[in-house]
Design a binder for this molecule. Sequence first.
Ligand code: GLP
Length: 226
Amino acid sequence: MLEQGLKDGAKVFGLATGSTPETLYQELNKSNVDFTNSISVNLDEYVGLGKEDKQSYSYFMNDRLFDTKPFKENYLPDGKASDLDKECEKYNEIIAKNPIDIQILGIGQNGHIGFNEPGTNFDVETQVVDLTESTINANKKYFDNIEEVPSQALSMGIGSIMKSKKIVLIAYGLEKSDAIKNMIEGSVTKDVPASVLQKHNDVTVIIDKDAASKLSIFMVLPFQQI
Ligand code: GLP
């Protein structure tokens, strides 16, 4: 899909972290796809972590993709910025200068996108977010212990995500099944940030059988038909 996007002229890719996009990045690393004229703008970063910290999203992106597939420019919020509000403004300017052609999204178990937790207004831009207990618990697997998980993050806002021309949301596993059901079949509500995607006109959702298992219209297609 990203390769097709490149062929169709996409220049700016909104990228995500977490375990979900790892297979996508592995496939891209193995492919001939060339991002040397492309720009990446990532969704988020933990407050207090920098690119040398193995748990930072900056480290993750270098390790999983950018070291193998160089881009012309890579942008992530700076989790170590001394003035976080200024960093948010700076990131908004970066997004405004580089409108996102294709945005890759994962989804949190509580329906968050980026680090926009339940209750976030749909029109917000980059902001400092207090992470919820659910998110801290879900992400603790990447840290030695739960105390090390930062309690805050910088996240591109839902308003900016919604301005992306095309959105591809990926989710795997039973633990995402409630979020997927609520996102697709529930009402559009701040309680489920991903439900806002119902209002976007170009969203592709890629899910496995487990993540799809709570949808009321759920049919497994033979491989050839997909
Ligand atoms: C984090 C990221 C999200 C991601 C979510 C799901 O909270 N900020 O962008 O979608 O985790 O992560 P995983 O793919 O590991 O389930």
